[in-house]
Each structure stands twice: as C-alpha cells, then as structure tokens.
Design a protein around this ligand. Structure first.
Ligand code: FES
Length: 98
C-alpha cells in the first residue's frame, strides 16, 4: 500500500466499497463464517490487506498470507481464524469472484 501522499488522484477503496449488489466480498463473508473477528478493531485492516493479497495471488500459501497481513495487529488473537478466512476466500474465489 503506497503512503497516503502518493495516493493523490488515485482511486481508494475502503472496506465499505467491497460489497457489491448487496453481497459481501468473499473475504468479508469468510470472516463472518469463521468468526474471525471479536472486537473488530483489526478487522478492516486485516480484510483490506487480505483482499489486496487475493487480488495479486489467488492461491496464497499460509506463509504468504501471514506476510501480507503483517502490520495488522489483532489484540484478540484471532490469527488462526483470520488465516482460515483467507484460505476459504481463496477457495471461494477460484474461477472468479462469485
Ligand atoms: Fe479484536 Fe482483532 S478482533 S483486535
């Protein structure tokens, strides 16, 4: 993700912009399905980092997912569920976003 001053004139997607036609992004849905959020403090950053990863790499390994999510700290310790959600979204997105 580029530093904010480098975003001048570029499109920026927020977590609210991931939903299309009333359907959550597969990673948002996987977070719900996996119970990957508790307090929700880290959730937007985790999901946006995960979506960025899945756009670049449709089948990330666990190590690649961990690296992509670095810098997002989950105080509730839901990392295993977050990684499971990334894996499930990856499977869901095979062949194109549903
Ligand atoms: Fe609470 Fe991640 S769900 S900080």
């Amino acid at each position: 993700m580029p530093p904010l001053p480098n975003c001048d004139g570029r499109a920026i997607t927020t977590i609210e912009g991931l939903e299309h036609d009333g359907r959550l992004h597969p990673l948002q849905q996987a977070f719900l399905d996996c119970g990957a959020m508790q307090c929700g403090y880290c959730t937007a950053g985790m999901i946006m980092s995960g979506v960025s990863l899945l756009e670049r790499n449709h089948t990330p390994s666990s190590e690649e997912a961990k690296r992509a999510l670095e810098g997002n700290v989950c105080r509730c310790g839901t990392y295993p569920r977050i990684l499971a959600a990334v894996h499930i979204a990856s499977e869901t997105m095979k062949g194109g976003r549903p």
